[in-house]
Design a protein around this ligand. Sequence first.
Ligand code: FES
Length: 125
Amino acid sequence: MSSSDNHDDQPAAAEPVVKPKIGSYKRHLLVCTGPRCSADGASQALFDSLGDKFKAAGLNAGDLRVKRSRVGCFAACKGGPIVCVQPDGTWYYNVTPDNMDRIIDEHLLHGRHVEDLVFHQAGED
Ligand code: FES
């Protein structure tokens, strides 16, 4: 007898889809840790440094909290480490540790772009 003949079988109740939750944040910093835009793990090292850097700057909580995420590739693929600040749509290249400190001080804390590190701004040519 096949299972379809077993009238005692009840269809499995569909599990409800769990609605995810994330903490509120002001900005979202996306870091490419893909293989082509930077060498020697520089992008992963940058990402790994952000927890301490954000905490030191007070960006780990509160009104200016910055969420951080890794991205596999932005299809830019040179001049890394590359980061994108959302929702501002500001893209930075050559984000060395010192340049990340500048982005934290100027952009994430004070809302001013670090112009010499911007390679693209959403909404502009
Ligand atoms: S691998 Fe980083 S942008 Fe493509």
